[in-house]
Design a protein around this ligand. Sequence first.
Ligand code: HEC
Ligand SMILES: [Cu+2]
Length: 455
Amino acid sequence: MASITPQKPHQSSSGISGTTIAVIVVVGILLIAGGLLIGLATPSIFPAQASAESKQVDNLFHILLVIGGVVFLLVQGLLVYSVWRFRAKPGETAEGITMHGNTTLEIVWTAIPAVTVFVLTILSWQVFNSITSPKEGEMTIKANGARFNWNFEYQMPLSIMGKEYDISKLPQAVQDDLKDDNLITLTSATLYVMNGQPVVMQMEPRDVIHAFWVPAFRVKQDLIPGRVTTVRFTPDQTGEFVLECAELCGANHGAMRAQVIVEANESDFNAALMPIMQKLVEPPADPVARGRQLLESDVYPCYTCHTLSALSTANWVGNVGPVLNGVADRAATTRSAATGQTPQEYLYTAIHNPTAYLVPGYGPLMPQLGIPECQVWDIVAYLSTQSETGQAPFTVDIPPQCQVSGNAASAEATAEATSEATTEATAEATSGAVEATAEVTPVAGEATAEATAAP
Ligand code: HEC
Ligand SMILES: [Cu+2]
């Protein structure tokens, strides 16, 4: 025991006795056992392991924790041992002994950490490479982060609705969206994914840096203004998890969360997105109702900055921007006087290009959210009803391309549907001068209809 203590500093390494070796071995075993114990005990406080990546990250973390545990016990053990072993005995007043270097010891305590760090580098690099590399058949989901919420964009075929539509009667915006790829862009405030389906998120912020973090998936990635960053994961457990912003981004950063729902299979996934598509393809004819529906969907972050009593049940209790109660009266009076705009123009600009005019007392904090034009008009229509009397003090002229006419869910079209599944159906939608050819991609086994445009 005494021989590992530096009482005989000139002792050569060849003079290590059998007892010393036994002590080193026993202490070594105790250290490793202690390290393993620390490594095993701590992760019980971890969140669920709900993705393929989470296993790899946790394994790596375990290895780090065990090594860290060994180092911790070694350093603290030596410290405690030395305090006890080399304490000043009663009556001892002499200086301590003088120590010189020990080459063997120095080589050993340099080599062991160097090898350890090298091995960890290789292990970390392997894990990093594996979780960031593209996976086969991965699904692309776009994510937008804006102070202080998230939204997610999906490209989905109309066929998830499970019924036929007369494409020429769909809202113009949906027809335009269908034109290029036959898919409809759905925007959701909840991140829906599928068990076992690899996902690549393509992410962009609307304002400052945010960070995508789903603790249960063990992946984290910054969203950087002016760039698209990606993060990949493969959920392997159904259930509900949390997405949090992991980059301090302003007053309500702590509220910048979203729900992540891992659906069991494709049909559950489609069913989850159906209500969102339904709002697009069968919107209420009244723009005020459409606007309200949109604001209540939490797809845009308005509620995190504004309070609006009429929508307080849909968490409109933010305190970063002006309270929007009575905003229609202000738009019709002080705001139009200050900007020289009509009330509807003022509201449109306040949402579409927020910094063009700043409400006195407020800074340029409201982001340009890239909201499609017709949706802005719907929001303007809804806000025009936010007056003292509850009556809109001015009318909002919804542009023709944003007006919603007939019911696109056509009973005739369903009746005409052929019962065999065809791979593609061509719908010739003639709308004014625009001729659109739409390909309808059916889900397996479903019939498609030939939708012919009304003249
Ligand atoms: C990050 C915080 C933030 C978000 C998100 C936000 N706003 Fe604002 N908003 C502000 C601030 C700050 C102002 C005042 C400064 C200005 O005029 O731009 C403001 C001003 C407004 C005004 C003018 C109010 C008035 O009294 O004239 C309207 C209308 C408005 N916002 C609507 C919206 C809508 C609709 C959304 C969602 C699509 C939204 N805001 C999202 C912070 C925000
Ligand atoms: Cu954030």
